[in-house]
Design a protein around this ligand. Sequence first.
Ligand code: F6P
Length: 346
Amino acid sequence: MKKVGVLTGGGDCPGLNPAIRGICRQAQSTGHTVVGIRRGWKGLLEQETKDLNIAEIDELLYQGGTALRSSRTNPYNEEGGPERAKKAIQDLGLEALIAIGGEDTLGVASKLAAEGQPVVGLAKTIDNDLDVTDFTLGFPSAVEIATQAFDRIKTTAQSHDRVMVVEVMGRHAGWLTYYAGLAGGADAILLPEFPMPIQEVCDILKKLEARGKEYAIIAVAEGAKVLDDQGKEIAIHSKEAVDSFGHVQLGGIGDFVKELLKNRTGRDVRSTVLGHTQRGGSPSAFDRILSTAYGVRAMQLVQNKEYGKMPALVGGKIETVSLANAVEKLKLVPKEAYELARTFFG
Ligand code: F6P
């Protein structure tokens, strides 16, 4: 059996396609064929496959999204899901399966590997919240996209002396907002990791005005925690709309902060949601290289039968780490990093 399956699960991002290309090219060295599994774990359960031909693979380096499509299906939340997944691996004649995804997809991969399945992982997510790796693929491109958006918002903010609130993705980790906010010169950065009283943001605006800066950019992570005057978190997300992995759908905090700032300061405030533009388009140069290296190493892990593992960037080197460690806890923005950003608040 020299057949390897590859799937992409969770939210798409730039870098998935170059990673698939890396896997396919490395597979050639040992005569393995690679078969695509469509739509993440859903496609595995339904045994929905896609052939990957070499002419098509060459083009993947430049392409955003995922040629294999994606879904947020959790086999451990489906009737007989894990058994169906194991049966599919057998029925499709796969020597191994490479699962490309974030904490959810890799959490499933880790469980299947722990149950004896020949599964290898590959870390992607614009949230960059996987532990034991410096960067997940997709994050570098998303930082570029969001930073460009901040640059554009700055010139219009400046022209109108406005306060611009910019909502950035990232779920429960503030990495993307932190990096883009820092690179884009944000005057305040609100993250899930460091709850901030809304009054503190108003004080920052006052400070900026006092030193003659008439516009302001406030970066707000979609999962940021904003506190009222009593120090209580202001709840804005509905706990009802959850996906198959139990995640609440985030979004809307930018508008919410905009209203609070407007009411408290009387300033001209606007909000922008960067949304899915952050996940779209062609991968950045760094992402193409990272994804390629991850893809090649993931296939090498298969060739060496090192299951339950994934490639990781650790201190500038591609290392091999255990999937169980990678998904054990979310990697969050540390205090010392946030302190650096705080130097530029107000
Ligand atoms: O996990 C990646 C991510 O883009 C998060 O930052 C965001 O909260 C979520 O996916 C959005 O998911 P969807 O594409 O399902 O709206």
